[in-house]
Design a protein around this ligand. Structure first.
Ligand code: FAD
Length: 505
C-alpha cells in the first residue's frame, strides 16, 4: 500500500529514523530463519545470509571510486522475487536501511552501505535468462544478468540480435537500469532512458510486487512507470525481473583518425553525423590518453600522440562499411584530420576498439600507485569543445594529471583525474566541482551516464531547480516513507549537517 498524499506533502524533508543496533540484530536473526525455511539447514544460512567479515567488506568498499568505505551488517543472496519481498518486509519491520549490490561497477559510491550498516541485497546471483523471444526481438531476464553474458549467449545460440547498451563489462541489467547508464553505442542506440527496458518487476518498499507494464513493444496506457525506476539508483524499489529490447546484430568495423585539436575533431563529428552514414560509435580521446594507450594499452599498436577520434562503423554489408569509411575519411580531412586508419581484419578492429574500451585501466597506469577520480559531465554537442578546452586548462592549472575520453556524438565526456596524497585529493575534488558547474552553465548536466550516487547529489538543485528536486523527494517519500531504500544517495541533502557519505537521506 502507498501512503496518503497529505502526509507525504507535510514532511517530505523530515529525516528518516532508522532501527537501532538491536533492531539490526533482530532483523538478521529473522532473515536467517526465513532463509533456512522449514529445514533449518545451516548451509542455507551460509549461502543466502552472510555476516562473513570479508564478504561485508567486499560489499561496502570499491576500487572504482574514492568515497570512504562502509560495510553493511549483513549480505543476502536471494534467488527469487518472493525472497526479495521477504527481505524487504523484514527490513521495513525493523526500519533497517537496505542497499542493492549487483555488478558493483558504479562510480559514484552508489552501493555504499549506510553509516548504521544495514542490509545489502546482492542481486548478482539472480542472473538467469528467463525467455528469449527472437521473433519479437526481446528477452526476459533476472536483474543480475550481465549485458556482456547476454550478448555472448545470443551469439552462441546463433541468434543475430544483441543488447546495445554498453557500460562497464561487468555491469548487470538491474544496475544498468537503476543508473540510467549508456556507453559507446549511445550515439546510434540511445541510452537506458530510451526504450530498451520494456518492463520491470519491482519489489516496492511496502513489500508489494508490481510489474510496470506488459511486453508489447509500445504502450500508451498511462504514464511510464518503468522510467520511474530508470536512474532511481535503488532508492524506490528492487528490480527483480526485466524485459529488454534487442537490436539486429550488423557487421561493424573500426577506424581511428588524428586531429590538430578537440575543436576540429568535434566539428568533424557533427558533420559526419549529419551525413547519415552508419555510425555505431564515435569516441573522442585526448593526447594524454593516446600516450597512456601507447605505453600501457593491451595492443601492440602505437598511435600518433594527438587528440583523436575512434569510429565504429555499422552497415548491412562489407561494401556499405567501405562506403561509410570513404565518406568519413573525406569529412575528417576537411576538418584537418590526418592518418585515417581503417581496421583491415576483424581481429584488427577488435584490437583497436579494445584500446578505447580499456581507457579506465590505461589511464590509471599513467601514475603507478595513484588513485583515479572518474567523473562524467554532458553538454549540448556544440558546447563540447569549449568544455573540454577549459577543463584541460583547469587540470593543468591545478597541477593534476587526467585522461579525457568522450562519447563525443552525445556531448558526454569523462575525466579520470589522478591523485596520490590527501592534498591532491582535495584539489581533485575542487576541480571536479568546477567541471560540473562549467557543464551546467553550458546548459548541460552533472552526469551524462554514471549517475548521481553520493558524488553528484550536491549539484542537483543547481542543475534541475528546487521545484524539480522537491518533486523527486515527494515521489521518494510516497514510495519509501521510512527512507530505508539506499539512504544517502541521489537526493540532495536538506541541510549542511546531513549527507556525509554513508549518512541519512
Ligand atoms: C571501467 C568502467 C567503465 C565504465 N563505463 C561506463 C560507460 O561507458 N557508461 C556508463 O553509463 N557507465 C559506465 N561505467 C559505470 C557502470 O558500469 C554503470 O553505472 C553500470 O550501469 C552499473 O551497473 P552495475 O550492475 O555494476 O550496478 P551496481 O554498481 O551494482 O549498482 C548501481 C546502482 O544500482 C542499484 N541497483 C543495482 N541493481 C539493482 C536492482 N536490481 N534493483 C534496484 N537497484 C539496483 C544499486 O543499489 C546502485 O545504487 C563504467 C564503470 C567502470 C568501472
Amino acid at each position: 500500500m502507498l501512503y496518503p498524499p497529505r502526509r507525504i506533502l507535510e514532511d517530505t524533508n523530515a529525516p528518516p529514523k532508522f532501527g537501532s543496533p538491536k533492531d539490526i540484530a533482530n532483523a538478521i536473526d529473522e532473515l536467517k530463519s526465513a532463509f533456512t525455511g522449514e529445514t533449518g539447514a545451516q548451509e542455507l544460512v551460509n549461502t543466502k545470509v552472510s555476516t562473513d567479515p570479508d564478504d561485508l567488506h567486499t560489499h561496502g568498499f570499491s576500487e572504482n571510486d574514492h568515497f570512504p568505505g562502509m560495510s553493511p551488517s549483513v549480505v543476502i543472496y536471494p534467488s527469487t522475487t518472493e525472497e526479495v519481498a521477504t527481505i524487504v518486509r523484514i527490513a521495513t519491520k525493523y526500519k533497517v536501511p537496505i542497499t542493492v549490490y549487483s555488478g558493483a561497477t558504479s562510480l559514484e559510491g552508489h552501493y555504499r552501505a549506510h553509516s548504521t550498516g544495514g542490509i545489502c541485497v546482492d542481486m548478482s546471483t539472480m542472473d538467469r535468462i528467463i525467455a528469449i523471444h527472437e521473433e519479437d526481438s526481446d528477452l526476459v531476464c533476472q536483474p543480475g544478468a550481465r549485458w556482456m553474458d547476454i550478448n555472448e549467449i545470443l551469439k552462441e545460440k546463433g541468434i543475430p540480435l544483441f543488447f546495445p547498451i554498453d557500460p562497464a563489462p561487468g555491469a548487470t541489467i538491474g544496475g544498468m537500469l537503476s543508473t540510467g547508464c549508456s556507453g559507446t553505442n549511445a550515439v546510434r542506440y540511445g541510452t537506458a532512458k530510451g526504450e530498451w527496458f520494456l518492463n520491470a518487476t519491482v519489489v516496492l518498499p511496502s513489500g508489494e510486487v508490481i510489474k510496470t507494464r506488459r511486453r508489447s513493444r509500445k504502450s500508451s496506457a498511462g504514464f511510464d512507470l518503468t522510467k520511474l525506476f530508470i536512474g532511481a539508483e535503488g532508492t524506490l524499489g528492487i528490480v527483480t525481473e526485466v524485459t529488454i529490447r534487442l537490436a539486429p546484430l550488423l557487421p561493424t568495423t573500426v577506424a581511428v583518425v588524428q586531429f590538430p585539436n578537440v575543436q576540429k575533431a568535434t566539428e568533424a563529428v557533427a558533420d559526419v553525423l549529419n551525413t547519415g552514414v552508419g555510425i555505431q560509435c564515435v569516441e573522442l580521446v585526448d593526447d594524454i590518453f593516446i600516450d597512456a594507450i601507447n605505453r600501457y594499452g593491451m595492443s601492440a599498436r602505437k598511435y600518433p600522440v594527438a587528440d583523436s577520434l575512434f569510429f565504429k562503423f555499422q552497415g548491412p554489408t562489407p561494401a556499405s562499411l567501405k562506403e561509410t569509411a570513404k565518406i568519413v575519411k573525406a569529412v575528417a580531412e576537411r576538418h584537418g584530420g590526418t592518418g585515417f586508419q581503417l581496421a583491415r581484419t576483424k581481429e584488427d578492429a577488435d584490437a583497436l576498439w579494445a584500446d578505447r574500451k580499456n581507457a579506465h585501466y590505461a589511464g590509471l597506469a599513467i601514475m603507478p600507485g595513484a588513485k583515479g577520480w572518474p567523473t562524467d559531465v554532458c553538454v549540448p554537442v556544440s558546447k563540447l569543445p569549449q568544455l573540454v578546452y577549459e577543463t584541460k586548462r583547469d587540470i593543468a592549472a591545478a597541477g593534476l594529471l587526467s585522461t579525457i575520453v568522450g562519447h563525443v556524438g552525445d556531448g558526454n565526456f569523462h575525466a579520470l583525474i589522478l591523485f596520490k596524497t590527501d592534498e591532491e585529493r582535495e584539489r581533485t575534488k575542487a576541480l571536479v566541482s568546477r567541471m560540473v558547474k562549467r557543464a551546467i552553465a553550458l546548459d548541460g548536466t552533472c552526469t551524462g551516464e554514471h549517475g548521481v550516487g553520493i558524488g553528484k547529489k550536491e549539484y542537483l538543485v543547481e542543475e534541475l531547480g528546487e521545484g524539480t528536486v522537491q518533486l523527486m523527494k515527494t515521489i521518494k517519500k510516497a514510495i519509501d516513507p521510512l527512507g530505508i531504500f539506499n539512504p544517502g544517495k541521489l537526493y540532495p541533502d536538506d541541510s549542511p549537517s546531513q549527507g556525509k557519505p554513508g549518512e541519512d537521506h
